[in-house]
Write a protein that binds this ligand. Structure first.
Ligand SMILES: C[S@@+](CC[C@H](N)C(=O)[O-])C[C@H]1O[C@@H](n2cnc3c(N)ncnc32)[C@H](O)[C@@H]1O
Length: 117
């Protein structure tokens, strides 16, 4: 639902992102979109966030991960995510998670979805 809204908002069609697989009713993200993506492991607690310095993200997905961290660690991480998001960017967390002490500037848009305002 939110993905649909985001796509509409940015005038993007599903067909621009997904292609059908041979299994009926199945879709996958297009190869041409996956190719430029770098996949790597990163420890959100001990990792060096300088790696992302100067980068601005439209969307950050961090679902069902912060549940493992204590409150100060969660808050520090949310602060980092906030800095990394571009204005209007979204932070997605798990549906059983919530930013109770939501950082000023991250507005709740729906359960588990926050937008940098
Ligand atoms: C419950 S799984 C959630 C996986 C996936 N995000 C999802 O929603 O299905 C929790 C994930 O948190 C990751 N995790 C735990 N501590 C982490 C850390 N310090 N840095 C990065 N990832 C961590 C684990 O590797 C695991 O994949």
């Amino acid at each position: 639902m939110v993905l649909k809204r985001l796509l509409i908002c940015h005038k993007i069609t599903y067909r621009a992102i997904f292609e059908r697989t041979q299994n009926q009713g199945s879709f996958r993200v297009k190869e041409s979109l996956k190719r430029p993506i770098t996949f790597r492991a990163f420890n959100l607690v001990t990792g060096n966030f300088n790696l992302f310095k100067g980068k601005q993200f439209d969307i950050i997905f961090c679902r069902n991960v912060m549940i493992y961290f204590d409150k100060p660690t969660q808050q520090a991480l949310v602060d980092k995510f906030y800095e990394m998001l571009c204005p209007g960017g979204y932070l997605f967390i798990g549906s059983s998670e919530a930013l109770t002490d939501a950082r000023k500037g991250l507005k709740s848009r729906s359960a588990s979805i926050y937008q940098k305002v």
